[in-house]
Design a protein around this ligand. Sequence first.
Ligand SMILES: NC(=O)c1ccc[n+]([C@@H]2O[C@H](COP(=O)([O-])OP(=O)(O)OC[C@H]3O[C@@H](n4cnc5c(N)ncnc54)[C@H](O)[C@@H]3O)[C@@H](O)[C@H]2O)c1
Length: 386
Amino acid sequence: MSTTIMIRAEHAAGERRVSATPDSVKRLVAAGATVLVASGAGAGALLTDAQYEAVGARIVAPADAAGNAPQADVHFHVRPLEPSEVSALPAGAVTLGTADPFTHPDSVAVARDRGVTMLALDLLPRISRAQSMDVLSSQSLVAGYRLVTMAADAFGRMFPMSMTAAGTLAPARVLVLGAGVAGLQAIATAKRLGGVVSANDVRAASADEVRSVGGTFIDLDLETADAAGGYAKALGEDRARRQQQLLAPHLAASDIVLTTAAVPGRAAPRLVTAQMLAGMRPGSVLVDLAAESGGNIEGSVAGERRAVEVAGGAITVIGARNIQSDLPVDASKLLAMNYANYLTPLLADGTLTLDFADELVAGCALTHEGAVVNPRIAELLEGASR
Ligand SMILES: NC(=O)c1ccc[n+]([C@@H]2O[C@H](COP(=O)([O-])OP(=O)(O)OC[C@H]3O[C@@H](n4cnc5c(N)ncnc54)[C@H](O)[C@@H]3O)[C@@H](O)[C@H]2O)c1
């Protein structure tokens, strides 16, 4: 029987992205699935119900305030589902989207108790076969670009060096801390705007990666900190403090600081202390992509723009919050293809079959048939119930 996929409307305040576009729906329908789209689900990304209908989707009423959604086998969502949304799903339903289980363990517990299969695309193994499905990469790309435009907007100067008859304008000095997908995109974007860009990261490969997009790598001469899957591991306290000390003069020499450092499943590392902020030049702008997950910058608050006093004036510290949603059209376009690329190979003649021997299924699965199947999350939930 054909599997029914529901494209849910997002309810989180300020969320404008959607998990499917007419192009991705076309692919899912061609693979034999039946696609339902919540009326208005694409509006934030400038997609109309009529565009989805034209490619074979059926428009249905969105979930009500209690989370009750039209019946479907698979529910696509962008933001982690609330416990109330999961509890409105029938046993056997499958959810596919970003689950952020370390921050939203309650929703995982409800999925377990309801017999819902929760698939978290944010846990997708980083193997080459999965690159086209990688929502973290696609959204980090968008976020890295947006960080630069946010900083540019708050900066009282231009980025490029300009030699004019009226005088010379110095280029903006941009420092990027954390050079993963978002950081590399930020480096490339700031460079295209004309900034002089340098960056630091703790992974061994990052120096070459930074140079490949036109940045200067700042080598702090500290040992590297690589973990499995291309991620960084957390630094010990001494090593973290040493990194802050060594970064301080680089901050003092920068006009723009963009921080993107993250360690999966942990609070973001603190890279910039209040003392380091105090040593910066008036007019400098900092944007913290990690503000929602603990903050790379001391005192940054997600969704807020703060003035911090420094000698001779003030600097601006911006805490990013869901900034991918500021560019909903492109962010949704990439997300939608990630979802379709993940699900289409699992549809045999339009029917979803989950093979837990497939590392892409096993890697993403949080719950299945009443159990938490991800060992780390199972441990987290057990710890919480003890
Ligand atoms: N399928 C794949 O093979 C695949 C997919 C996506 C990304 N990647 C690679 O994985 C790497 C990390 O990707 P990400 O952007 O998702 O990482 P991430 O979002 O987990 O972290 C962002 C960056 O912060 C850095 N970081 C952590 N602690 C730090 C500290 N104390 N100081 C400075 N930097 C710190 C990390 O090394 C990382 O580069 C990248 O090199 C990327 O190219 C591989």
